[in-house]
Ligand binder design. Sequence first.
Ligand SMILES: Nc1ncnc2c1ncn2[C@@H]1O[C@H](COP(=O)(O)OP(=O)(O)O)[C@@H](O)[C@H]1O
Ligand SMILES: [Mg+2]
Length: 306
Amino acid sequence: MTDFAIRVKGLSKSYGQQTVVNDITFDVRRGEVFALLGPNGAGKTTTVEILEGHRKRDKGNVEVLGYDPINAEKQFREQIGIVLQGTGVEPQLKVGETVEMFRGYYPDPFPLEEVLDVVGLTSERNKLVRQLSGGQQRRLDVGVALAGNPQLLFLDEPTTGFDPSARRDAWDMISNLRLMGRTVVLTTHYMDEAEHLADHIALMSKGSILSYGTVAEIIARQSGTVLGFKLEDAKTVLPKNFSDAATIKGNKVTMRTNAPIPLLYNLTSWALDNDQNLDDLRVEKPTLEDVYLDIVRSSTEKDAKL
Ligand SMILES: Nc1ncnc2c1ncn2[C@@H]1O[C@H](COP(=O)(O)OP(=O)(O)O)[C@@H](O)[C@H]1O
Ligand SMILES: [Mg+2]
């Protein structure tokens, strides 16, 4: 058995003239949580659907649990669990019955109690599906995907539209899957979600993987120091040498620099002279969010120039 659940090499996919997945290469290790992180339209769903065997690729090699997903062999289908952006479970069935029904389709299903435990629905077992909250229904979707005892789970945007507490519950569930030794591939456009859950992240934009690694590796690859603060009045005009280097959103100012000391000196001098407080002043290494915004922005700018 190889160490890899998934190997992808030179994968491309176009719809008509539009290339939506452009020569991407990555591996997913067995037992890890892997996140495809990127904005809407990046090509995340297309990529996972190719891995699931639900879409045809144009080019490249894809190996999932040792199978080529396009052949959709029975043994392959039995070893993967899929949670689509929306699934159709029967609203009039009870939670326990629903999982039970899906368990019936597989030769070696996961015990019902354990499924309910992992997805946090033990006390909802006898509730009707339609009585569940949105977050609980989404976790039931995962329970259904888990029913067949798969080695590998695909979760496409597992928490989009969740309130903060439902997200935390979903995150706990995904951590449980990892503790059980399952491999999880998730897509998300939430940086904190990828940061919290994933062992490795592929940062995707416009069909390309722009950075890959652990959070620390992705951040380390990006040079510079981030300097940020809030203006009391969003209309305050910054001196030109600052504003050229800054990203300004409302009253929030962020700068990236390779020479933080002179910048800080000039900035604090300007602040003293102009009676500015520089609220929430921070000087730090970039966060995943800074890197993500940088990378996605520069890929979009490159595009605009073409
Ligand atoms: N079946 C399809 N036919 C044509 N274009 C599609 C189809 N599915 C997705 N696309 C386009 O491909 C691009 C990538 O979409 P998708 O893979 O869904 O991205 P993501 O999941 O990252 O939001 C988008 O521009 C989308 O409009
Ligand atoms: Mg998508």
